[in-house]
Write a protein that binds this ligand. Structure first.
Ligand SMILES: NC(=O)c1ccc[n+]([C@@H]2O[C@H](COP(=O)([O-])OP(=O)(O)OC[C@H]3O[C@@H](n4cnc5c(N)ncnc54)[C@H](OP(=O)(O)O)[C@@H]3O)[C@@H](O)[C@H]2O)c1
Length: 244
């Protein structure tokens, strides 16, 4: 498979083999950010706007380049933020360098596949929950060294995205990547906290039972193309930077 960098006003077109280390270098150059504070969204969608493939997860949408991008974006970040349902639905792996913040309002982590017995990686995990649920979360996690971040929530039990970002910043986690799922990601989008959209578009026509973003009202941030890659299988890797 080959990976092509689409020519933009700022770059020229280059072609690299997926197997070559050149490919990772290209992705690293494209996706690296030098700013000390940012909030990225990194997700994949089918052409039909589905966040999940035939198995009900993004595992059947993704491909090796997308996974490489995920790894590069994670390695650039201080923290990966995900909704609890994604952690329950997917075998979520704690990133190697970044921390993993799991957001929950119910505090019910039943079905998660986090390796509690792996002390080194579980120390990287934060559970961001509504204050009222903090005790319940601690009870489920026992003495495992997971940090619980208890925050105020609204009447619906939801914590405001900006409060999540602020709580992470208080812990010196300033470079944030939200990996979804759609429910959490849509709230981040609508709260206007995302400054860069890293979106993989997979050339798959899946029934869109689980829409990629579930926006309740039109939201049209002004954006510019920060990068665009395409591979020979038809996957597109778009980066849109919000212009303020
Ligand atoms: N395409 C992609 O890139 C991608 C990425 C990730 C996941 N996925 C797929 O997306 C699906 C899961 O997505 P989803 O939209 O159903 O769920 P989700 O966004 O992963 O998680 C939703 C859950 O997160 C918690 N939550 C969300 N917003 C919150 C807030 N403001 N305050 C407190 N807690 C909050 C709640 O947890 P509680 O229920 O515990 O209260 C809520 O039920 C799975 O199929 C997964 O495979 C796709």
């Amino acid at each position: 498979m080959r990976l092509t960098q689409i020519a933009t006003e700022y770059s020229t077109s280059v072609d690299v083999d997926l197997d070559a280390s050149e490919c990772r270098d290209l992705i690293t150059r494209q996706y690296a950010r030098t700013d000390a504070t940012y909030v990225r969204l990194n997700m994949i969608t089918s052409l039909t706007g589905s966040a999940a493939g035939t198995d009900g997860t993004s595992d059947t949408l993704t491909n090796p380049v997308d996974r490489m991008i995920l790894g590069v974006v994670r390695s650039d970040a201080d923290v990966v933020v995900v909704g609890a349902q994604s952690v329950r639905a997917e075998g979520y792996i704690v990133p190697r360098t970044a921390r993993l913040a799991v957001v929950t309002s119910s505090g019910n982590l039943t079905g998660h596949q986090l390796r509690l017995d792996d002390e080194e990686s579980i120390r990287q995990v934060l559970i961001v929950c509504a204050k009222e649920r903090a005790e319940e979360v601690r009870r489920q996690l026992g003495s495992h060294p997971v940090e619980i971040v208890a925050l105020a929530s609204g009447a619906d039990g939801r914590i405001a995205p900006q409060d999540i970002i602020d709580a992470l910043a208080e812990r010196a986690l300033h470079r944030v990547v939200c990996e979804g799922g759609p429910s959490l990601a849509s709230q981040f989008v609508q709260a206007g906290v995302i400054d860069e959209y890293c979106v993989t578009v997979a050339p798959l026509l899946e029934p869109a039972n689980a829409p990629f973003l579930t926006i309740e009202r039109a939201f049209r941030p002004r954006t510019e193309v920060a990068g665009h890659l395409a591979d020979s299988a038809g996957f597109n890797y778009l980066r849109l930077r919000v212009v303020v």
